[in-house]
Design a protein around this ligand. Structure first.
Ligand SMILES: *Cc1c(COP(=O)(O)O)cnc(C)c1O
Length: 368
């Protein structure tokens, strides 16, 4: 009997090996400079990443969750304020809101694109609403035209959670450049990942710089004074040095992700399997390739048997998780979100996948 090709859900091994020499020499340079925190590499990364996002500024922080927290603080979101977000996201989006004592107000998603539904946002805006967080889920940009219109109409802030969408665009404009703030994570498995934890806030208004820098650094402002409470959200220079090596590769990695996603869409022809569509003006960078199956349990057991790796993003929507249950304002359900999170399975997708591995995934899915 011929052995079946096994396909891992995800692997960083090939990328790490290919970049190892370059990363080691970048880290060696940091050691020679000995500027381990808020050093030269960090300043350089902030410049290059802002410019990559077609934005004026980037402030590097310790992780993506911290990025959302400092962005909300800079926009003066506080206890009693409401922040609108999709429940179809990683829980960190809601966590940062709760850390501030503000209230997360969960919205449903669009049935085709699986990103926040502008019509549902409009129903949930109240006189306490201070901001909307647009999550570009699985790398697929939200309807930024509609969201900008809502923010303008109701005079509320628009924040992007672009932790899964480094390099994706809407109307030929890069994500990260639309709202008052955009938040990125460089967790190792993201489209642009460090070798540890890291994150950034990207923005255009220079008035935010001093406040953001202070929040990141225990509240210490440019004069060395502490006017308010910050925290330690600093990114280390080693992570910045790794990111400086990796950023020039991001576009080619994203292109590979797009090619693999196209290959799946062009070749999977099983009516039991549905996938995320992009809006006509949106270009996704496919952080993940998530499908909706007729039965998640059946598909998972089958993939297991065939040696195809998979994962769940996520097992539950945020409003269904125990930690957030008491915080849910509305008793109304979020039917499209709940349907997605009861049936979603993430298939293998990473830039270093071989054609043989992609073909094997298609073959297995079509035979399901
Ligand atoms: C990864 C992620 C975050 C959090 O980033 P960390 O670096 O893990 O703190 C926030 N939002 C979304 C949508 C994410 O995917």
């Amino acid at each position: 009997m011929q052995l079946k090709t096994k396909v891992p859900f995800f692997s960083l091994q090939e990328q790490s090996t290919a970049l190892k020499a370059e990363v080691l020499s970048a880290i060696e340079k940091v050691i020679e400079q000995s500027d381990y925190v808020l050093g030269k590499d960090l300043v350089q990364f902030e410049k290059s990443f802002a410019s990559y996002c077609e934005s004026a500024y980037a402030l590097a922080v310790s992780n993506g969750t911290a990025a959302i927290y400092v962005a909300l603080r800079a926009l003066n979101i506080k206890e009693g304020d409401e922040v609108i977000l999709p429940s179809a996201t990683f829980s960190a989006t809601a966590l940062a809101i709760c850390q501030l004592g503000a209230t997360p107000v969960f919205c449903d998603i669009d049935a085709r694109t699986w990103t926040i539904d502008p019509a549902d946002i409009e129903k949930k805006i109240s006189n306490k609403t201070k901001a909307i967080i647009a999550v570009h889920l699985y790398g697929n940009p939200c309807r930024m035209d509609a969201l900008l219109e809502l923010a303008e109409k109701y005079k509320i802030e628009l924040i992007e959670d672009a932790a899964q969408a480094h390099g994706s665009s809407f109307n030929k404009q890069k994500v990260g450049s639309f709202g008052s703030m955009a938040c990125f994570s460089f967790y190792p498995s993201k489209n642009l990942g460090s070798m540890g934890d890291a994150g950034a806030v990207v923005y255009n208004n220079p008035n935010y710089t001093e406040f953001l820098a202070a929040i990141r650094n225990c509240g210490k402002n440019f004069k060395g004074e502490h006017e308010f409470l910050g925290f330690n959200y600093r990114m280390t220079s080693f992570q910045a040095a790794v990111l400086n090596v990796k950023l020039p590769h991001l576009d080619s990695w994203n292109k590979r992700r797009q090619e693999i996603a196209s290959f799946y869409k062009n070749n999977i022809n099983n009516p039991k399997i549905e996938w995320q569509e992009s809006h006509d003006s949106a270009v996704s960078v496919y952080h993940l390739f998530v499908v909706k199956a007729d039965s998640r349990e059946k598909l998972m057991a089958y993939l297991e048997e065939e040696g195809i790796g998979y994962s769940l993003h996520y097992k539950e929507a945020v409003h269904q998780q125990a930690a957030y249950k008491d915080l849910v304002l509305s008793t109304a359900s979020l039917p499209i979100t709940e349907d997605l999170f009861s049936r979603c399975v993430s298939l293998p997708l990473f830039p270093e996948m071989t054609l043989e591995q992609c073909q094997r995934v298609v073959e297995v899915i079509n035979a399901y």
